[in-house]
Design a protein around this ligand. Sequence first.
Ligand SMILES: Cc1cc2nc3c(=O)[nH]c(=O)nc-3n(C[C@H](O)[C@H](O)[C@H](O)COP(=O)(O)OP(=O)(O)OC[C@H]3O[C@@H](n4cnc5c(N)ncnc54)[C@H](O)[C@@H]3O)c2cc1C
Length: 373
Amino acid sequence: MANKVLIVGGGPAGTIAALALHSKGVEVEIAEIQDSFGAVGIGVNLQNSPLRALNQLGLVEEILELGHPTPAVHMLTSSGEPLGPPVAPPSLIPNMPPAIAIGRSVLANLFGKKVVQAGIKIRFGQTVRDLSQHENSVTATFTDGSCENYDLVIGADGVNSKTRAMIFGAEKLSTTYSGQLIWRAAAPLGEIDRYLLYNGIGTKIGIVPISKEKMYVFVVQASELEPHRMENRDELMEMRRAMTGFGGVIPEVMKTLEHPVDIRALKSLMVTEDWYRGRVLLIGDAAHACTPHISYGLGMAVEDGLVLAELFGNELGNWSEVLPKFMERRYERCRKVVEASDQLSAWEINPPADRSDYQTLMSRTLMELSQPI
Ligand SMILES: Cc1cc2nc3c(=O)[nH]c(=O)nc-3n(C[C@H](O)[C@H](O)[C@H](O)COP(=O)(O)OP(=O)(O)OC[C@H]3O[C@@H](n4cnc5c(N)ncnc54)[C@H](O)[C@@H]3O)c2cc1C
């Protein structure tokens, strides 16, 4: 049975694929370019279906303990009036909330700790310089000059994947800028106990509890230009300026925002051909990266690993059977997430004639994604 796998990238896709494959008896290694497990950004919302997937690895109790339940998204006008009913997909795990928000680095540390406890080999500070494919194996050459043979190499190295560039060509697949920027910062939780989404014209603000003490605040705003680095830029002031004019809890929250502020362009990418070439497969954002309009990118990334491991178990490690079946199971689902997120982003810039289309698409997509995978 073929069973030695290298995973390039120790983010959510890589660590969860490693744990899931390890649980099926696969010998897994991770090459993570950073010196430790970590994550950029403040918080992340895990929806019902990724929680169902993570429950298979026994991780949901700890995620709930470290995070904060987000049973519904409360849609509000810019002044804080309710805007239709809350968006509330069903829970898929008995006695658990349908969604949980958590600090990014807290989640990365949890996944990383589980990988270490499982005894999975990690090559920190390293990446793959070259991949050479053979009939029944693939040889990876690492940046320290060492070489090793594997039955499968998985590129889980994120939206700017070098693995993708190596197997598809650098110029062929690139991200698309949505026309929106996001500012993200943490703040003390105070009295807020729910996920609030304020919708203004061209700007929306999310308030998301991520632990018993902290919340994650994000501002999404249309911009023709992508953000660029500037010396002495006051990101906190820019974020506060983008929040000006909103009502409800926003004026108070603005005062308590903490450094650092992360600013980035919202981008998406969908690899529309098979996500593998020979014995190299892409998963997570390397294959399908979405804007965060339904909070599902990380969810799809972790589902990828669980489905791959399930198919590996069913097909007794025959990767030439596993990979096409993996595409059948994953492609449409991930395409749905990327396209719905792109559409919601476009409607935030140019609203649809019938404004209720926005919430209808969001609710319908979340319900469809709640189906068994
Ligand atoms: C603003 C924003 C908000 C979001 N909010 C949510 C949300 O609420 N819910 C949700 O489900 N999703 C959300 N997402 C999406 C989510 O962040 C991504 O889908 C998820 O992080 C993808 O995981 P990944 O492991 O594929 O990639 P990444 O998280 O990018 O991890 C890639 C890993 O690979 C490593 N790496 C990179 N290059 C190399 C290399 N050459 N060699 C070795 N290692 C390498 C990196 O250091 C990193 O550890 C959001 C995204 C954005 C941009």
